[in-house]
Design a protein around this ligand. Structure first.
Ligand SMILES: C[S@@+](CC[C@H](N)C(=O)[O-])C[C@H]1O[C@@H](n2cnc3c(N)ncnc32)[C@H](O)[C@@H]1O
Length: 287
């Protein structure tokens, strides 16, 4: 991070660099710059920074500008513009000793969830069955399989390209016996084949997580853990964390389940005063 800041400051000066350097992600050998939200950073400025990134970061071979945020059902970066280096969008991304084939133009991928992937993996107890309802290319699922000792991780995604890469990633990381890739809408997959199987459910898609709690509860066997990712407005004094827990509690109770305990933490900032938070909730069916 410090080097990215330094490079941006050298090329553009402090005033422009401040708009930019936190918006650079390095994914494998590809750097992606998210278009600055404010200020006067031109495409020529961005090409200068891109050229310097190629020179100064020897592992970076390709630099892209993302004009829009991730979007659509598949949560893919939209409107990518090539800035410098190889005109390539697929790469090998490494995290916590695992390797992942990814394509920044076809699947969701961010290095900003790296801490969260490991944090959740460490919560998984030996023998647990985990359902990952929004698995992408399988990062949470594979890191759980490598770092903990689950008996099974069902890993669902609706994007055929994410599913294809997940199948490859499972094989590359040699976790075929633990991680089962499933293609489709997780509501349908759970209702048709995963009722009552799970001890823990991951819901890393803020757009759908609250509405899909009813399917997550179907997948649980009477008691277990939900990890629900949400976007909430920042409130002073951690009001946002309290509110996130309350949102989950009311959805759980609506379905005739009890919230035994919950804890929320900020995962990352996703916009001005908008946070991604995760609620870890232990729940139990009444009766
Ligand atoms: C934010 S990404 C998941 C990120 C991934 N867990 C990671 O850590 O890299 C959300 C994923 O949910 C998938 N998705 C969207 N709607 C879905 C649905 N109804 N059922 C299953 N997957 C869905 C998208 O294709 C996308 O890959």
């Amino acid at each position: 991070m410090a080097l990215l800041k330094h490079i941006a400051e050298e090329v553009l000066g402090r005033d422009k660099a401040v708009l930019l350097w936190k918006r650079i992600d390095v994914i494998g050998d590809i750097a992606v710059i998210k278009k600055p939200m404010h200020g006067e950073v031109s495409i020529e400025d961005l090409r200068l920074v891109a050229g310097e990134l190629l020179k100064r970061l020897p592992h970076v071979r390709s630099v892209w500008l993302a004009l829009g945020p991730v979007g659509g059902v598949y949560k893919v970066r939209q409107n990518l513009v090539h800035l410098a280096g190889e005109r390539r969008t697929s790469t090998v991304y490494r995290e916590h000793g695992a390797v992942f084939l990814v394509d920044i133009s076809k699947v969701f991928i961010t290095p900003r969830l790296s801490y969260e992937h490991l944090r959740v993996a460490r919560l998984v107890k030996p023998g647990e069955t985990v359902v990952n309802m929004f698995a992408g290319v399988g990062i949470f699922s594979i890191i759980i399989a490598l770092k903990s000792r689950p008996s099974k991780v069902y890993s669902i995604d609706i994007n055929p390209e994410a599913h294809r890469l997940m199948v490859e990633n499972i094989r590359l990381n040699r976790v075929e016996r633990v991680v089962e890739p499933l293609l489709g809408d997780s509501a349908r997959v759970v209702s048709e084949s995963l009722r009552g199987v799970a001890d823990r459910i991951l819901m890393p898609l803020p757009d759908l997580a609250l509405d899909y709690i009813k399917y997550a509860l179907e997948a649980l066997g009477g008691r277990g853990w939900l990890h629900v990712y949400l976007h909430v407005d920042y409130e002073k004094g951690k009001g946002h964390l309290r509110r996130a827990c309350e949102l989950v509690k009311s959805r759980v109770e609506e379905r005739g389940w009890r919230l035994i305990k919950s804890n929320a933490r900020v995962v990352r900032s996703v916009g001005p005063k908008l946070l991604q938070v995760v609620v870890d909730a232990e729940v139990e069916r009444y009766g």
